[in-house]
Design a protein around this ligand. Sequence first.
Ligand code: HEC
Length: 120
Amino acid sequence: MHYRRFSIFFVGIASLVTSCTTAFIDEGTVGELPPITRIVTYEADIRSVMTNNCITCHAGPAPNADLDLSNYQNVRFSAESGGLISRMNNAASPMPPSGILPPAVRQLIDKWAADGFPEN
Ligand code: HEC
């Protein structure tokens, strides 16, 4: 009786742990996504990522870290020569600070870099 109840409990815990682990791996892995085959551009893809996730802090008269991500030149500069790509992929110190973005978003940034940071 008690043993039976315990095993049901144990199976419940085990499947909870397994599902969380699987979800975590799926969330973190850009390499498991199908590759993007089209060209990624600032206007079509990257501007909205910045608008949705970054410019509340990185725009306006006093942007955080003196980094204004509200235009093509600055986003390109930070991606090409600064910390934009590494911070967006840094789980220990992510940008945005609230948590690393889903792999599909980070994959867009990586492809934009691979394509040479086109504007249009
Ligand atoms: C809630 C506010 C907030 C949001 C949203 C945010 N940042 Fe930041 N960001 C900061 C702060 C504060 C710092 C400075 C402290 C630090 O480096 O952690 C910073 C620093 C950075 C740096 C390092 C700057 C440097 O000079 O090395 C980069 C790159 C960056 N952010 C990119 C981004 C990107 C890209 C996004 C969106 C995907 C983003 N941030 C979203 C607050 C934010």
